[in-house]
Unconditional design. Structure first.
Length: 257
């Protein structure tokens, strides 16, 4: 039964990815013909594709809170690569990702075509990325970043790095904090986190072989960026996301978090 479940899910996922590749190729061709960037179209199509990609993953998703009516810089805790399709299905949005993702087969190319911005950790290019984020926000496009800079096991929220939050201040846009939590039978899920020495293929097979889990996404109260420093924004957004993730956890896990 487990092998059949894995085979069916892999087939479903392969179909979604193949269609996404075709869609990305068509949009890329249209941009060449039109000779200008079609970012609004890319974001809408990316949202549509990520909703299908998330639907191919073994999760039951619940969303609490209101989607922002204005473009914002979204900030979220980071547990797994699956955060991206699940969050990206909520609203047209682009992502900031580590440069290594660009080299992933198929997924890296799709992320690039979807308008993802890539940053090399420790390379000193954060100023350049900050400028790109600023232009993105000023043009009225949503962008999501993971200020922890890495994934975690979901037990705790690591320190939020504030340097990229300057873009929200300079652009005059608010932060949209988001808390994402993976559960199984009311406990934090041990399968979903993509951490340590995990590689994409092994994690994907392990995930697709498992029974469906639950995902809670909480859209928290937006944080105005005016009259705040980037470090204040980082500390405040980290604190309210951490608080949201601890809510209703079993006592032992809440203490660990």
């Amino acid at each position: 039964m487990a092998k059949l479940r894995l085979s069916l899910r892999l087939f479903h996922l392969a179909l979604v990815i193949a269609f996404g590749a075709l869609l990305a190729g068509v949009v890329s061709l249209c941009e060449r013909v039109a000779r200008h960037d079609l970012m609004p179209l890319r974001q809408r199509l990316t949202r549509w594709f990520l909703a299908r990609l998330g639907g191919a993953l073994p999760f039951r998703v619940t969303v609490a809170g209101e989607l922002p009516a204005q473009p914002m810089l979204w900030v979220a805790n980071h547990v797994s690569w699956t955060d991206i399709p699940l969050l990206g299905a909520l609203q047209p949005i682009s992502f900031l990702s580590k440069a290594e993702v660009r080299a992933w087969p198929v997924a890296g190319w799709l992320a690039h075509k979807a308008g993802t911005l890539f940053i090399r950790r420790g390379s000193g290019d954060s100023n350049l990325i900050g400028q790109q984020i600023g232009r993105h926000l000023q043009q009225g496009h949503n962008l999501l970043i993971f200020p922890e800079g890495t994934t975690t096991d979901g037990l705790a929220v690591r320190t939020f790095h504030g340097r990229l939050l300057s873009s929200a201040i300079d652009s005059g846009v608010a932060l949209q904090p988001v808390a994402i939590r993976y559960l199984r039978a009311g406990q934090l899920c041990p399968v979903a986190p993509f951490i340590g020495d995990d590689d994409m293929l092994s994690h994907l097979l392990r995930l697709l072989s498992s029974p469906a889990g639950e995902v809670e996404i909480r859209l928290l109260e937006p944080i105005p960026s005016a009259a705040r420093s980037r470090n204040e924004l980082a500390r405040h957004s980290q604190a309210i996301i951490a608080s949201a993730l601890q809510a209703d956890l079993p006592l032992g896990q809440a203490e660990a978090a």
